[in-house]
Design a protein around this ligand. Structure first.
Ligand code: AMP
Length: 284
């Protein structure tokens, strides 16, 4: 497995693959790889001739009071997981490589970035869209793989790719969960054993909400039931629970319509997000 620390080197490698007519897949990550990442990598290995995984903790998408410094990192383990999974190249640029001192351009996907995560984390999706655009230009993939776990992110990236005509196909893969239902996440490593149990209640609450939504219960009641369940069964503090249109991400209030039911919640300093699709969602 090749290790590419610079954009120039990564582009050289990708161009040499392109010349041979090989289909290149990219899985962008912030590292500390888990089963969720590995499911994306597996899909990429199955459907592409060459697979690149990028590992870059992107400072641009963290707010000033967020966990950029403490975000878990273990490149050695990531390397061995990638090697075992059949990855061809690991792209691991430094922050200076991605953002030299003269850097001054960013990408804003306006409407889709406004609500949900965007409302609580101002500038987050500007950071995400900008880094993904740079990763696409550095790795030159034919296909890029994202997780439904970060639903709004996937929708934002699809819009950016369409608006800016990136010649890449975006594939969105289902959320991988632990047996308890807790969505796999690098941030789960912040949780102790009993906190993990509490965290699994978030998915239980979403499942309950999805049932009620399917049964055409009004949105306000569904949201209240999800919030109440979390408050009753865990110490998590809810940041938001929302029923949104799967394409526009605007709030949906018509009971039973296709929707993404999503939430963000905190336990101390740990902030987790999760979602569940009810009815037709993103084409994966
Ligand atoms: P991250 O390293 O957290 O930025 O995630 C990198 C990619 O993996 C993103 O496209 C995420 O949506 C995806 N991902 C993270 N967790 C999961 C999960 N539990 N299941 C599926 N995909 C995931």
């Amino acid at each position: 497995m090749l290790l590419a620390p610079t954009i120039r080197r990564m582009q050289e490698v990708s161009r040499s693959w392109q010349k041979k007519g090989l289909a290149i897949g990219l899985v962008p990550t912030m590292g500390y790889l888990h089963e969720g990442h590995l499911s994306l990598i597996k899909k990429a290995v199955q459907s592409c001739d060459r697979v690149i995984v990028s590992v870059f903790v992107n400072p641009l998408q963290f707010g000033p009071s967020e966990d950029f410094e403490s975000y878990p990192r273990d490149l050695k383990k990531d390397r061995s997981l990638c090697r075992r999974a059949g990855v061809d190249a690991l792209f691991v640029p430094s922050a200076r490589e991605m953002y030299p001192a003269s850097f001054q351009t960013s990408i804003e996907v306006e409407k889709l970035s406004r609500g949900l995560e965007g409302a609580v984390r101002p500038g987050h999706f500007r950071g995400v869209a900008t880094v993904v655009a740079k990763l696409l230009n550095a790795c030159l993939p034919n296909v890029a793989f994202f997780g439904q776990k970060d639903y709004q992110q996937a929708v934002v990236i699809r819009q950016m790719v369409a608006d800016l005509n990136f010649p890449v196909k975006i594939v969105v893969c289902p959320t991988v969960r632990e047996p308890s239902g807790l969505a796999a996440s690098s941030r789960n490593s912040y949780l102790g054993e009993s906190e993990r149990k509490e965290a699994s209640m978030l998915y239980r609450a979403l499942q309950l909400g999805a049932e009620k939504w399917k049964a055409k219960m009004p949105a306000e009641e569904v949201i209240r039931i999800v919030k109440d369940y979390i408050a009753k069964h865990s110490g998590f503090e809810i940041e938001y629970v929302e029923t949104s249109d799967p394409k526009t991400l605007l709030p949906v209030r018509e009971a039973g319509r296709p929707a993404v039911l999503s939430l963000a919640a905190r336990l101390g300093k740990v902030r987790l997000i999760d979602n569940i699709l009810v009815g037709a969602g993103l084409k994966t």
